[in-house]
Design a protein around this ligand. Structure first.
Ligand code: ADP
Length: 757
């Protein structure tokens, strides 16, 4: 063996011996843990004594199990210690006031520190049993228990931190709260700014804590998410500085109370208040609250529109300052009534707007005696007032229109028939004084027989129908009967369903109608009688003229025989008589012929034909050729129409008129006849003008009557039936005939015929 080696070994052994001796006698425990071997390679006496174990301490797992029998604590501490060791950070290798359980079951407090010898892959663990060093006096102990019991009795979180922001102490509530948030129990002596809270949160809290170190108390409301019940939680936190004997802040006492319920209540209250404000502000009227002294507490947004002031401008202001001065007294007394408990619906006053103008306000107000607040709703009634004024004006107009109307007007109750109002004219009409009339019912002025219609009418009115021109019989006060034509409308009369009716007194018209009806009936009867007698007359004329022809022919023929066969036997005188008799018989023949013609007018069975009147006149001219030559007569014919007519009667009319014009011509000058036609709206008019002897005006009508002649047969021959026949024909053609004439200057005969429709 090399002496040096031996020397060295000896020295080493002595050194080890020396070291071991020192280590064994140190006042604190030492254990050396070898990483490479994965076991504790040295434990001194103090170490074993502190824990009360010897061999058990060698195995890491066994060690933790024994020293920390409570599983939750163990896991936490184990993880922490191992992670601190793994970090290699010497600052994290120190743990103070750790509570351990010794083999005897005794709880001990230790301070421990690890020294890492990385190169040697060793950890030296120093443990100092501070149980006794930290042992408190009996009173201190009681105080501690007392203090711990008190803070643990609180469900609120209580903790304190030192100026390193490490946890000094905490109650159970705090510990469990932190565990709930992070999953781990907080450790006294460890920082309270845990990683799990996140950087933002920790910075914020660092700020709060630092503020407290400046000597201030900080109160904050924190909002955080509770991961257990998944709800937002509100906590009121108070952080107060803790001072040492030298009044230097050495830590912070912290208190946190769950105020979730209050906060939510407060939030809900705020939301409800906001909602109420919105409702108030959505009102077109001003809604306000006024205190007992008359100052606005709250005013809704409508104040800006109605008064020109924003709610903020009015809050706290004296209400009366905005009331128009003339209305002060009235407003004060109304306000007093409101405060006496009278609910005041609809009292009106005037307010002065911000721009100085006045606004009419209608108030509804009541008084809350408990709160001593008047609540009011103020409505802008400017427009309403204007409308009311217009309504009054128009009502006045209508009233005057009603009163002064020349037509009788009555208003009656639709349901009862009571007369409610009437105008002056109806009083005059019915002969009643106003009071009398207004005490009557519709039934009082109606006839009993009309009551049925009346009931029907009332029913119709009640169901909203309109009364349309209905004739009723009403009785005046003096009993006189009156026919009234009634028309009316349904109206609202002071809240009653009423009828405003217009009465038209049609008594006279009604009576005139009756008279007219009677006359009409008479006339019809006469016309019928006349038609019968005319028919009979025509029949008679026909029979007479027809039957008279035969005996007349016999007289004429025998007179001719007498003259012819007994001429020689009869003297001059006798012959003259026979001549008269023959002449008489001849005239009688003409009369009979004309009469027969007359009776036949209108009884033609022939159909109408298109007749050119120019041709018709030419035919007549041929008939009168000889006579015209005698009279040296000229007939001028204007263009005449072609018409659809019965030819024979038209021929007869022109023949008669032209015949007369030739017959009643003047001897002293040539006869001129002018024939023309004129188209009228419904008729054709024909004119036959001559330059003959003319007719005196007084005979203008009589010449058209049967047998009326102005001359003797000696002067002018004729039967006096020509114009009567002409008139009858013209009338049968829907026309008329008349004459205009000047005696000695000539006559103009006009006749018309109806146009074919
Ligand atoms: P008559 O010619 O057979 O006497 P009328 O009835 O034709 O009967 O006429 C009635 C009377 O009207 C005539 O007697 C005559 O006095 C008068 N009269 C008719 N036509 C004319 C005429 N164109 N000018 C003047 N007098 C006339």
């Amino acid at each position: 063996m090399i002496p040096n080696l031996q020397e060295t070994l000896k020295t080493a052994y002595e050194k080890k011996e020396f070291l071991e001796t020192i280590l064994q006698h140190l006042p604190f425990g030492i254990a050396v843990y070898d990483f490479s071997e994965g076991r504790t390679i040295f434990i001194n006496k103090q170490f074993s004594e502190t824990y009360g174990y010897e061999e058990d301490l060698v195995d890491k797992e066994l060690f933790f199990n024994k020293v920390y029998p409570e599983e939750t604590d163990r896991d936490f501490i184990k993880d922490k210690i191992l992670s601190d060791i793994a970090s290699g950070d010497p600052d994290r290798m120190k743990w103070n006031n750790m509570s351990i359980t010794a083999a005897s079951g005794e709880k001990k407090i230790i301070n421990t520190k690890n020294i890492l010898l990385t190169d040697q892959r060793l950890v030296i663990c120093a443990v100092l049993d501070v149980t006794h060093a930290e042992e408190l006096t009996a009173e201190n102990q009681r105080n501690k228990i007392n203090y711990e019991s008190v803070i643990n009795a609180s469900a609120d979180l209580i903790w304190s931190v030192d100026n390193q922001l490490c946890l000094l102490t905490a109650n159970n509530a705090y510990k469990h709260f932190i565990k709930m948030l992070t999953g781990n129990m907080p450790l006294e002596g460890a920082t309270v700014l845990l990683e799990e809270f996140g950087e933002e949160w920790n910075n914020k809290w660092k700020g709060y804590y630092n503020q407290v170190f400046t000597g201030k108390q900080v109160t904050i409301t924190e909002q955080l998410f509770n991961p257990i019940n998944h709800q937002q939680e509100y906590r009121l936190v108070t952080l107060s500085p803790m001072y040492d004997a030298q009044h230097v802040p050495f830590g912070i006492a912290c208190y946190s109370k769950d105020v979730t319920e209050e906060s939510i209540n407060q939030l809900e209250l705020k939301a409800a208040q906001e909602k109420l404000r919105k409702i108030m502000d959505s009102s077109l009227d001003i809604i306000c609250a006024v205190d007992a002294s008359g100052h606005f507490i709250q005013v809704s947004a409508a104040s800006e529109r109605i008064w020109g002031y924003k709610p903020a401008e009015l809050t706290g202001k004296y209400l009366m300052d905005y009331v128009y001065h003339e209305d002060h007294q009235m407003t004060q007394s109304r306000a007093a009534s409101v405060m006496d408990g009278v609910i005041m619906p609809g009292f009106e006053n005037r307010y002065v707007r911000k721009d100085g103008s006045l606004v009419d306000i209608e108030w509804t107000a009541n008084w809350d005696a408990n709160e001593k607040i008047r609540y009011g709703v103020a409505r802008d009634v400017t427009e309403k007032k204007k409308r009311e004024a217009r309504l009054i004006e128009s009502e006045k107009k209508y009233k005057s229109l009603f009163e002064n109307n020349p037509v009788p007007l009555i208003i009656w109750d639709c349901e009862t028939g009571d007369i409610l109002d009437c105008n002056e004219e109806s009083l005059l009409k019915y002969g009643y004084a106003r009071e009398e009339f207004l005490s009557l019912n519709l039934r009082d002025i109606s006839l009993n027989e009309d009551l049925g219609i009346l009931e029907e009418l009332v029913e119709k009115q009640v169901s909203g129908g309109r009364i349309n021109n209905r004739v009723w019989r009403h009785q005046k006060k003096d009993g006189e009967l009156m026919y009234v034509d009634i028309s009316g409308h349904l109206i609202d009369y002071h809240g009653k369903r009423a009828s405003l009716v217009m009465l038209n007194d049609i008594t006279e018209k009604k009576l005139a109608d009756v008279l007219l009806n009677e006359m009409h009936e008479d006339l019809q009867k006469h016309a019928k009688d006349l038609a019968i007698s005319n028919g009979e007359l025509e029949k008679f004329a026909y029979v007479a003229s027809h039957d008279l022809q035969e005996p007349l022919r016999m007289i004429s023929s025998f007179l001719t025989q007498l003259e012819k066969n007994y001429k020689s036997l009869i003297d001059e005188r006798g012959r003259k008589y026979i001549e008269f008799a023959v002449d008489g018989a001849l005239r009688m023949k003409h009369i009979i012929t004309d009469l027969l013609e007359y009776s036949k007018v209108g009884k033609t069975g022939i159909k109408k034909k298109l007749i050119d009147l120019n041709v018709l006149i030419k035919e007549i001219q041929i008939l009168f050729r000889q006579k015209m030559e005698e009279k040296n007569a000229i007939i001028v014919v204007d263009e005449l129409p072609v018409l659809s007519i019965y030819k024979a009667p038209m021929h007869q009319v022109f023949q008669n008129l032209i015949g007369n014009a030739l017959k009643y011509s003047r001897e002293d000058k040539p006869t001129q006849i002018h024939i023309s036609a004129k188209e009228l709206s419904d008729h054709w008019q024909f004119i036959v003008k001559d330059n003959g002897i003319g007719i005196n005006e007084k005979y203008f009508h009589s010449i058209f009557i049967l047998f009326q002649r102005l001359h003797t047969k000696e002067t002018y021959s004729g039967t006096g039936m020509g114009l009567a026949l002409t008139k009858k024909i013209v009338e049968s053609m829907g026309g008329d005939i008349w004459v205009e004439s000047t005696e000695g200057a000539g006559s103009v005969f006009y006749f018309t015929i109806e146009k074919e429709k």
